[in-house]
Write a protein that binds this ligand. Structure first.
Ligand SMILES: NC(=O)C1=CN([C@@H]2O[C@H](COP(=O)(O)OP(=O)(O)OC[C@H]3O[C@@H](n4cnc5c(N)ncnc54)[C@H](O)[C@@H]3O)[C@@H](O)[C@H]2O)C=CC1
Ligand SMILES: O=C(O)CCC(=O)C(=O)O
Length: 528
């Protein structure tokens, strides 16, 4: 039974599938301190949060069973990604579910700041009928500058066009073609600062975007500009904004997010009549909360059940077309890794993976993760596809990936070479239509083995009668042979024998085998 801890009031409707799952037990809690989470987290296989809970290194360190942290939203700045990656904990988010909600809040903020709606409301309910103070501006024919033209920024741009606005966008990843398609002009941050009547930001908070709008940009701005931030506190320099309002440059600002949340009672935004604020409500619609909770619940279930998942933040994204092509090979990759890892002794210095045929024209990094996971799992505990590359790097294992266009015999071939100080071993496998995974080469020997269960890998000198001797010895020790493969390059030379057996041979049986004079090496391998 998997235990899932759901924090921060994530929508019950959205997590219904977790309540319905027979292999999952859900605990809902909120407002726990770091120490309280540290005390209980070891019980849980999955943790789901919004932006309130900070998932820190201390919490991860105590989370001995935790496989996944699910963020019901976009930004993962409340989760220590490095700590998660180190421990093989997958961090997933729900990037699509709250786009429209946040875009619509941005628009609501833009219109509120254009017409001073919150200020007018406050006066009216206070008994004043003031029709002079609140003369606003229209959006039509105004220039909107958008920093960050991803999901939310693009949706804001579309709506702004319908309102008759001229839109300038800045995003290092926005191509001219895409900008043209959305009907947006490209501009630099400073061009936007100089030309816009409204500026809204929709980037993540990174080293590049922190204070991307600060004093030098405010100094370029037209008098009367209005500023909106529904992305992250810190993208716009809060102190510089207050100065620009006092200097009469900025006519109004609307902020949903703060450098420190919740803001201190004496925060300068909270008593400034030109600044309207909301408590990080961008994603707070019934629809968005349901969407993100459904998306995250689905992914959490996939991860707990060892099924493929897509929105991992601490692993590079895999485009669906690539994933479709690679997914059938994940099992083969892991088995090749497990096999290769158990074929060698001593520390691995280098792993060389060669992909040929069908796999040579796609980014095979996700498949390499499975291979490396299989190899390291022989030596280390807690290896998974999230931390496999990281663990290899921290152990100075060099990973080399090669591609060759065609294999002479197979339409696809994955070969793995492990180099240690003393040896170099190679293994190759393929996916055969109708037969599934096959190992087709061990070192220089051609073989045909299904990589599963218990295997005995025997090196021997090719002599008449050796197969009989091995069979008799195993039989007399009640080890039933399921399949047997023999490979050799030349008659009478060195050869290998690979047996699959119905149960593991005991240490005693292995000792008896190695005493047979024709055998030079015996290894038992277990593939999961
Ligand atoms: N207020 C709220 O409740 C919510 C806030 N957000 C915030 O909004 C942000 C944007 O969300 P999405 O549009 O879904 O993300 P997204 O990833 O689709 O878009 C972000 C865009 O920012 C661009 N970008 C990155 N660095 C940049 C830079 N230095 N200068 C200009 N552009 C840069 C990226 O290229 C990308 O196109 C999130 O990172 C999150 O922090 C998201 C949802 C709700
Ligand atoms: O969970 C929330 O309400 C915050 C949403 C947010 O900021 C995000 O998705 O990045």
């Amino acid at each position: 039974m998997f235990k899932v801890l759901v924090m921060d009031g994530i929508s019950d409707m959205g997590i219904q599938m977790l309540y319905d799952a027979e292999d999952v037990e859900v605990d809902k809690k909120s407002g726990l301190s770091e120490a309280e989470l540290v005390a209980i987290i070891a019980d849980y296989d999955a943790l789901m949060v919004r932006s309130q809970t900070k998932v820190t290194e201390n919490i991860m360190a105590a989370a001995s069973k935790l496989k996944v942290v699910g963020r019901a939203g976009v930004g993962v700045d409340n989760i220590d990604l490095e700590a998660a990656t180190k421990r093989g904990i997958v961090v997933i988010n729900a990037p699509d579910g709250n786009t429209i909600a946040t875009c619509e809040l941005t628009f609501a903020m833009m219109m509120s700041v254009a017409r001073s709606i919150p200020q007018a409301y406050k006066k009216t309910v206070g008994g004043e009928w003031d029709r002079k103070t609140f003369v606003g501006v229209e959006l039509r024919n105004k220039t909107l500058g958008i920093l960050g033209m991803g999901r939310i920024g693009s949706e804001v741009a579309k709506r702004a066009k319908v309102f008759g606005m001229d839109v300038i966008g800045y995003d290092p990843f926005l191509t001219e073609e895409r900008a043209e398609k959305i009907g947006v002009r490209l501009g630099t941050v400073n061009e936007i600062a100089a030309q816009a009547d409204f500026i809204t930001v929709h980037t993540p908070l990174t080293n590049e975007t922190r204070h991307i709008i600060s004093r030098p940009q405010f100094e370029l701005m037209k008098k009367g500009v209005r500023i909106v931030n529904c992305a992250r506190g810190g993208i716009i320099d809060e102190g510089a904004l207050v100065e620009a309002i006092d200097a009469g440059i900025v006519a109004g600002a609307a902020f949903d997010v703060f450098e420190e949340e919740p803001p201190r009672a004496e925060h300068p935004f909270l008593n400034n009549p030109k600044i309207i604020v909301t408590p990080h409500l961008g994603a707070s619609t019934v629809e968005a909360q349901e969407n993100v909770a459904i998306d995250v619940s689905e992914e959490v279930l996939h991860i707990l059940r060892d099924q493929p998942f897509k929105n991992a933040v601490n692993m590079p994204p895999v485009p669906p077309t690539v994933l479709n092509k690679l997914q059938p090979y994940f099992g083969l990759g892991e088995h090749l890794g497990q096999f290769a890892g158990q074929m060698t002794d001593g520390a691995v210095n280098e792993i060389v993976v060669n992909y040929s045929g069908d796999l040579s024209d796609v980014d095979t990094t996700p498949l390499t993760r499975y291979i490396v996971k299989g190899i390291l799992a022989n030596q280390l505990e807690g290896v998974n596809i999230v931390n496999a590359m990281h663990l290899a790097k921290t152990r100075d294992v060099n990973i080399v990936t090669q591609k060759s266009t065609a294999s002479k015999t197979f339409t696809n071939l994955v070969s793995v070479t492990l180099k240690t100080k003393n040896e170099e071993r190679t293994l190759a496998g393929t996916l055969l239509s109708g037969y599934g995974e096959r190992i087709v080469q061990i070192d220089q020997y051609p073989v045909d083995i299904a990589p599963q269960g218990n295997l005995l890998l025997i090196s021997h000198n090719d002599k008449p009668g050796i197969i009989g001797k091995v069979g008799t010895l195993l039989g007399s020790n009640d080890v039933n042979i399921a399949t047997m493969q023999v490979g050799r390059k030349v008659y009478g030379g060195s050869a290998i024998m690979v047996l699959t057996t119905d149960k593991q041979a005991s240490k005693d049986v292995l000792d008896q085998l190695i005493k047979l004079p024709e055998l030079t090496n015996v290894r038992e391998l277990t593939l999961e």
